[in-house]
Write a protein that binds this ligand. Sequence first.
Ligand SMILES: [Zn+2]
Length: 416
Amino acid sequence: MVAQSNIVVDGSALWLDLMETAKFGGTPKGGICRLALSEEDARVREWFTRTCEALGCVVSYDSMGNQFARRAGEEDGLAPIMIGSHLDTQPTGGKFDGILGVMGGIAVLRALRDAGLTTRHPIEIVNWTNEEGARFTPPMLASGVFGGVFTQEFAQSRTDRAGVKLGEALDKIGYIGEETCGAHPAAAYFELHIEQGPVLEAEKRTIGVVQGVQGMRWYSVTVKGHDAHAGTTPMTMRSDALWAAARMIDEVHQVAMDHAPDGLGTVGIIECLPSSSNVVPGEVSFTVDLRHPSDAILEKMEREFRQRMERLASLCGVEMEITPTWVSAAVHFDPLCVECVRDSAHALGYSMRDIVSGAGHDAVYVAKVAPTAMIFVPCWKGISHNEAESAEPEDAKAGANVLLHAVLVADARLDA
Ligand SMILES: [Zn+2]
């Protein structure tokens, strides 16, 4: 059911907004350097306020500097349907990561105004503070406070490399609002984002209906053998930590391949001691990153990974220890909101597929307090966090159209 399928966003205005705001922190290579709460961030925030006010919104911000542009609804006492993402970037970031979600929201506002349409729910466009985690770690800090994952005290005390606290940086650009972060109600939350991966482009599909975010588990593996002379120690009398580690790393790959295509396994760092060309290595440590959209299968992958590591340790005559270093459970978006996205993409006739996000987003934390869904559009070669990040105007427009209609469908279905 899409009641207003004749309404569409203005794709050229959306593209113009993307190109216009790319000037705040624009780099010679065509990317953006707009670190959270920097001068450039302050300027794009002013642009956001100005633009949304011109579209009839009231703009406010909370105690974490999250900006909310509110368009009144017919039943203005209802909690708002939120649309958002972030306007901060990596130091060598692109023009689309995060920005498309906010500009897509503005495109929705414009389409509603041009159609003379008032929704039942108020609509709010949100710009979340410090999503990237490039200046203040961890990432998604302000949406994390909003979702109750971090305390405000923790978030505001994070420091950048120069020793400046996030709270001080917020104060400096005048963005510590009176409203406590998290006190803001939300009936639903929709985030449009570039995929940041290569799947949609490779399959020539326009819309990714995001089901959630995959679970992730990190480990550190230490393998201990014995340092020995490479020329005098017979092969049968060695305890070679690197040889054992090499076979283990191959098994990490196999565990993921056994759960293809959703299972992922990566060894990204390897350290070898003593690192001398004529010494049999006595100690090797490496990192393991396992991912899967299902926590149950991820649990199974962990069991298989542990078993295979232990089997190889005994086969190769080495000691082995696995230390878990990080766990992030899988996130499943709200079924009703996901249906709003799917039905809208279908009604608009776009090619689509279900997809699971491989990266973190503000939506992950907002999902803890509000029914949430995301929309992905393709980006060039899946490249992101890079000045070369690129997306097609047609895809940006398609994503914003799905966003618009998902909001309209949600407006009809929620609290109905
Ligand atoms: Zn992002």
